[in-house]
Design a protein around this ligand. Sequence first.
Ligand code: GLU
Length: 505
Amino acid sequence: MKKTRVRFAPSPTGPLHMGGVRTALYNYLIAKKNGGDFILRIEDTDSHRFVPGTEEYIIESLRWCGIVPDEGLDASGKLAEVADERNPHAPYRQSQRRAIYRKYAEQLVESGNAYYAFDSAEELEKARADAESAGQTFIYNASTRGGLKNSLTLPAEEVQKLLAERTDWTVRFCMPSDEMVEMDDKIRGHIEVNTSTLDDKVLWKRADELPTYHLANIVDDHLMEISDVIRGEEWLPSLPLHYLLYKAFGWERPHFAHLPLLLKPVGNGKLSKRDGDKMGFPVFPLKWTAPDGTVSRGYREDGYFPDAFVNLLAMLGWNPGTEQELFSMDELVQAFSLEKVGRSGAKFNPEKAKWFNKEYLRKRSDAELAALWMPELASHGVSASEDMVREVVALIKERATFVSDFWGIAWYLFQAPEEYVEKDVTKFWKAENVAMAREALQATASALEMEEYIRAREWPMGKVMNCIRLAFTGSGSGLGIADIMRFIGREEALLRFHRAEERLL
Ligand code: GLU
């Protein structure tokens, strides 16, 4: 059997959307499951849409997720430019492979599957406008190419002359007329499309001596021996052309699988960056600062763990068929299959995303979480021992979704409150309860003793405790009194109580 070789082939036209990371992940899982290779290739033949910094962003995003390419990166982690044992197909950046593509474009012209087109931008614009005023849509294919300026309509000498003189010609695919293209997709099943609905796509441009996406993609997938093309549904309309290109070259076709879209949390339609901004969740793996300075939030910077992010992405479109929701990367490799990827779009649920992170936070050791939290504690001027921080983490981690929640949950274990929540003061700080609380605190040495003291006197436990908690935390909510006292100590507890008395009575 042929070795499984899959590729992730993003264009550096902007930061990777979470849908793009999911595509990379599914490719990676299929490669690993089958003992195959996962290849990273950058498709940057459309220079107009190039956005600086995105290639680095893509590489860093994959690295953060633990999606490690078998081919495509050099030892320093950059896109490989020189072929070696590990990267036999380098360079993996299409703009550096331009010398390769022209001969394939010409091969197609020679075999009659493509032709040279000399129509200028203005001429094409006019053809479009003419069709429109006749109530039609212009399409460059068998129905019109006979009346346009190309090597099929012009005399041979004229063609040679134009090829030599002009620098704006293109090579177009000669789409057969009225032919059924029959395709198979691992997710969508059997698909048929009539070629009359398709146009003679530009494959190569003299202007920048570069192929378009379609040609470069097919040539590279062939040269890189790709066995399975797994990509987003937005590429499905290109599939007939890709089938026909493989046929025209006489090459063996890879298998195809088009992944369902990621949909908005509410309503219909594709998940967009604007949904994230509106509803307050990230759509990008990492924070991204666009060349114009606009900043988009990222899962990493929002405090998501990479394994939680990978897990939640895996579940967007794939259904393991069991109740299990938590999967490590290794478990995903075992369990994942394209057969269990649905056809319909996967609705993104930001609350569920948080749930995943909460689960992964709970799974992490107290020591690891403490280490992650230490820098924030230091920024608040807290100098606590690692042991203490670890103990606090053990106490609070069940209540948190992100490490960044820790401070909000437990700051009063490190600092005395400066303010008291007014409505809680009105509710809990009643003179008779304060008197009981004071006596209980002063007369006992520990929280346990204090509770016994209150119980023995049949004082209202809840009311007294709420009073004490208000003094300790500045509000009526927080951890148990015993836990708070364990961390702050009796002396600090008394101090806080007296301070509250001074300020509140
Ligand atoms: N360069 C295309 C993209 O940006 C790749 C599509 C494909 O995988 O064939 O998504």
